[in-house]
Write a protein that binds this ligand. Sequence first.
Ligand code: NAD
Length: 494
Amino acid sequence: MSSIKEQPELGFSTSNLPTQLFINNEFVDSKSSDTLSVYNPKDGSLVSDKVSIADSGDVDTAVAAAEAAFPAWKAVPALQRREILLTFASLIEKHTRGLAELTRITLGAPFETMGKFEAGLCAETFRYYAAWIDKFAGESYPQQDGFMRITRNEPLGVTAGIVPWNGPLGIVGLKAAPALATGNCFILKPSEKTPFAALALGQLIREAGFPPGVFQVLSGAGNTGALLARHMRVRKISFTGSIPTGKLIQKMAAESNLKRVTLELGGKSPAVVFDDCNLDNAVEWCVNAIATNTGQMCYAASRLYVQDGILDRFTEKYKAALEERARAVGDPDNDSTLVGPLVDEAQYQRVTGFIERGSQQGTLLTGGNLVRDKGFFVQPTVFTNVKPDAEIYRQEIFGPVSILNSFTTEEEALQKANATEYGLMAGVFTQDINKAMRVAAEFESGMVGINCISITFMNTPFGGSKQSGLGRECGRNALEHYTEPKTIMINLNY
Ligand code: NAD
């Protein structure tokens, strides 16, 4: 392994796109001649029609390479494996700009508000899990009844991660880092809408010193993901995406080899704002929580419940702040842009459809208009007085669209917040810590923010309850999801 200073520049750029699969530390053409086309959401122009689709032969080749690499990889001494993960993290950080550009041309995410964050998240996850490598071996129990017991946390073997388009690099870290840290081999399947940053990682995987077959990247659409989910020799799938696809993954996993499954799915996250909150703080968090990444965030605060006494003032400030954010919607190539377009035409049709129908389901407070005459831009949009059975109230829109309703009592707020099949994130805004803790305990949600929302930390579990997911990423939990505890019982009496 050479030092970071000696590493060559990222070999890929917007004029030299990575389009091949990365198998066994080589960039290779897929066995199929079918390719994916990807478009730039800022104007709808074609970016490439040559992105490889991994077919069953490619998936089998990658799984065989991973299986061959596994025995040696799990035996790599902890400190050496740690060095590889740390080097990879530094390489990602070094190539932040280049990787962010490769994402921006298909996701439309501005560098300052998303691209930089994503690369930082990916690098930081590798650092975080590198530090766990020599600290998650297992446990031993004191002698009892003539027996001693030891548990070993053993890797599963060939694991795979299927990621969505809204966090094409950050989410890679959340899956690949704990998998690789615990000695598994890992196959990454990026979204068909945003494949380039993931494919470019091949160069950095090699440079960091991962042995061939340990960390591979297979581009393709849902069919490639399904080949991994159904594969008899893949032992674990970690999936982030929509609830319907998540359910299919779990079914395929059960019907094939009962592979382990982690599901990070959608959300419709409530923010409950009490009269006694710090108003400016509540407004700032609620605005960022629906505008970041053009609202295409699983934990976006898309349902606001504001107590009667503060309703008018909150509504006025929230509206004004979102209208200011609407003025920062624009060309994602411009560093002063805060909000870019939606990812593609399909997403644009979906979100604008919700907005159009929403006018019959509530009162439009702000937004709803076209921002530019080309590209997939929408204004941050808010509806008030929305009926609880309306689709904009119940369904995940996955765009910069929120609903703002009122409440009178704490019980009513909780009843409204919890009346959903989603359970990813919730937030409560109040300066009464007792009330905050009461509400936090009653939210049916995997994550709760007090005087904040739509935020996560590396060292605490990330994930949802109810239909928002299964299992957790981040923290120690992710390590547990990539290992199997083996109990060894030693008879001391024979
Ligand atoms: P999606 O379910 O359409 O696709 C996600 C991934 O699954 C893609 O890589 C896709 O190619 C693959 N896929 C599609 N069909 C498949 C199949 N039959 N078998 C295997 N793989 C298949 O989701 P999306 O539109 O890319 O992402 C948006 C969704 O992701 C939203 O619902 C959002 O809330 C959710 N999301 C959740 C989290 C979280 O951590 N909870 C984070 C980000 C996004």
